[in-house]
Design a protein around this ligand. Structure first.
Ligand SMILES: NC(=[NH2+])NCCC[C@H](N)C(=O)O
Ligand SMILES: [Mn+2]
Ligand SMILES: [Mn+2]
Length: 306
């Protein structure tokens, strides 16, 4: 497959400095060579550079770094739209605010191709705040609300060329949801599979049902992988760890199923903060997960059921 690697070293959307080193850390852990060894045609496009930030204030005084995130969103969106032309873009974050840009770019591409865009959001958090409801003011908490067209972003974030249908979004792994997000998720009709659902039904069953929907609709599929989807014991390099996350095997199974489906058209790997890592172990795990998503197998063929 033809893939394009794009770094988005944004860190102003969260409160711990260090996410700007995420793309470098994933490159040091071998993301490019690993994907090439799997037989992919990989082009490394370097990093996105944001335009100048125009001063802007918001009525919600908690909101932080609005001019910076708005400038990043515009630049990342443009890069995402361009890179999704006949290739699979893989975006290296950067905090999760970068998904405001990646989603807006790939949904514009999907609209142009007249295909629905589905989103698999692998995260402890839904990132479904608006500028009005965020209490922390950290804008990595808003990208999914923005991309699905929730109100209140007009005039602050770049105007969307197309929006993601919230009914095409599946969140998997949630275990930290704020009250305003809980209400907004239900109203918008987002599919929510929290950790309890994973424990009860198994990650494979939940993902299978979503992938079947995407396939039936001939959809494009954007996967947004937040490091904190994973349990902190295996992935410590993130500022917003929440106990009780996905295990090593659950995460690899999800990636292998995504690979088998052949449906994934774009990928974000976000929130890696190398400053909080332990000898690169989180970066190495993320590269291994990306490899599973891109076709690495234990056996040559998927293991047969017995
Ligand atoms: N991308 C993330 N890690 N987001 C965490 C957001 C946490 C919390 N809901 C907030 O808005 O501050
Ligand atoms: Mn997130
Ligand atoms: Mn998160």
């Amino acid at each position: 497959m033809r893939c394009r690697i794009i770094g988005a070293p944004v860190q102003e959307g969260n409160s711990y400095p260090g996410c700007d080193m995420g793309p470098s850390s994933l490159r040091a852990a071998g993301i490019v060579s690993t994907l090439r060894q799997l037989g992919h045609d990989v082009e490394d496009l370097g990093v996105v550079v944001p335009g100048p930030a125009r001063p802007q204030a918001h009525g919600n005084a908690a909101v932080k770094a609005l001019p910076e995130i708005s400038a990043w969103t515009a630049a990342i969106s443009e890069a995402a739209f361009r890179a999704s032309d006949e290739a699979m873009p893989i975006f290296l974050g950067g905090d999760h605010s970068m998904a405001a840009g990646t989603l807006s770019g790939v949904v514009q591409r999907a609209a142009e191709l007249k295909r629905p865009l589905f989103v698999l959001w692998l995260d402890a958090h839904p990132d479904f705040h608006t500028l009005d409801t965020t209490e922390s003011g950290n804008l990595h908490g808003v990208p999914l609300a923005y991309a699905t067209g929730l109100p209140g972003f007009e005039g602050y974030f770049p105007e969307l060329a197309a929006t993601v249908d919230p009914k095409h979004v599946c969140t998997l792994g949630l275990r930290s949801v704020d009250p305003a997000e809980r209400r907004a998720l239900s109203e918008a009709g987002v599919t929510v599979h929290d950790m309890r659902a994973i424990d009860e039904h198994g990650i494979g069953t939940l993902l299978r049902a979503f992938l079947d929907r995407v396939a039936k609709a001939n959809g494009m599929l954007h996967v947004s992988l937040d490091v904190d989807f994973l349990d902190p014991s295996i992935a410590p390099a993130v500022g917003t760890t929440v106990p009780g996350g996905a295990t090593f095997r659950e995460a690899h199974l999800a990636m292998e199923m995504l690979s088998d489906s052949g449906l994934v058209t774009s990928l974000d790997i976000v929130e890696l903060n190398p400053f909080l890592d332990e000898r690169g172990r989180t970066a190495i795990l993320l590269v291994d997960l990306a490899a599973s998503l891109m076709g690495r197998r234990i056996m040559d063929r998927p293991t047969r059921s017995f």
